[in-house]
Design a protein around this ligand. Sequence first.
Ligand SMILES: *Cc1c(COP(=O)(O)O)cnc(C)c1O
Length: 444
Amino acid sequence: MSAPQRREQAVRAAVEQGIVGPDAPIAGLLDVTGIRASAAALRAAFGGVTPPGTPVLHAFAVKATPLVPVLRLLYEHAAIGAEVASPGELALARAAGVRPAHTVLDSPAKTPAELREALALGIAVNADNPQELARIDALAASAPTTSPIGLRVNPQIGGGSIGALSTATATSKFGVALRDPGAREWVVRTYLDRPWMTRLHTHSGSQGLPLELMARGVAAAYDLAEEINAAAGRQQIDTVDIGGGLPVNFTSDAEAPTYADYARLLKQHVPGLLDGRYGLVTEFGRSLLAKHGTVLARVEYAKRSGDRPIAVTHAGVQIATRTVYAPESWPLRIAAYDAKGLPKPGPPVAQDVAGPACFAGDLLAENRLLPLLDQGDYAAVLDTGAYYMAAHYAYNSLARAPIHGFTATPDEVRFSVVRPPQTLAEIVAESGGKHPDALLQDVL
Ligand SMILES: *Cc1c(COP(=O)(O)O)cnc(C)c1O
């Protein structure tokens, strides 16, 4: 079955099996078959452009889908490790059983405690800046570590169409800005002074970046690695971490560009990086999971306002924060289903698909042409497997939606709980519920 066919099966089965319904008005659905296929495609793409035996670690960017069962699926099924950028993400990777050798710690704001833990575990660390490197110097001097250490550089090649996700602009907050006066010389000297630094890291950005620009960022990192190795007179840098950022097509079911497209482009632009002399680390996030997630939300009410039909659903800013606040940059496809979970027939009607939050802008789609949604129908929000369903936003104390994995055949759909719905007790607890009198103490 194709991915859209699996999705149709899953939506109908979710209604039939009560995964969604009057008392379960929203659920995230993850297509396990699709995730496995993307993981295999990633592996095959880089395997196809590197000589056999080239060490390649694919480290999934945990922030894209911070769910332990997802990390475990990627790790067990495709040996895809984890790129983590906070103590929470590291804890998730460890809970999923991802070994330190397959874990990479990035982030621009690592505390001394985080660094100490990573170095003690032997997790690869990419330093972001000179001050962080000084902390690593001190820690490594006091307790020897097996962690591979790298430095993140910003090749300053420019941004893509979404400013907030472009990390290789002239003034990006990430890494050492390579084209700033004196920076390149400082980087080379830094490696020569630290023979134990063996990695170089770059990540030029995410959604909205043309592939050519990404390849140029990787080429800049490769040129720098060659320069450092020449200056050192040996292969000091043995691994280049090329980051993630393959853009995702949010306009149809087509998966484009593919990992194979990107790997071929890298082979053209940076052949030396892929000739077997260097190990590789990649950090793809969105492109592994986005297309395999569907948020299914019940239409609680259907109404009209100023002649505009509005479907008030349970999917809004809490699961699609970027889309609600920046709809131009983050449009999402929506599919209409009836109360039985069957594709809704009928002519397209311009309507708003609204979320449950109490502000007027909580709209997943404005004036969207869809079969007219009615009370009790379902709106399916497509391509929400990364940065959406698992990246909850706690506005209005809305509960985190439950997430289910599924596998589908023409006659059966099997669901498994990935994350149960958040309970009211959990919401109260994380909202200071254990400290109701905290502000009633005498003020000094
Ligand atoms: C977010 C991020 C990634 C993943 O980016 P995607 O666009 O999800 O592939 C990889 N590396 C770093 C350092 C990141 O910050």
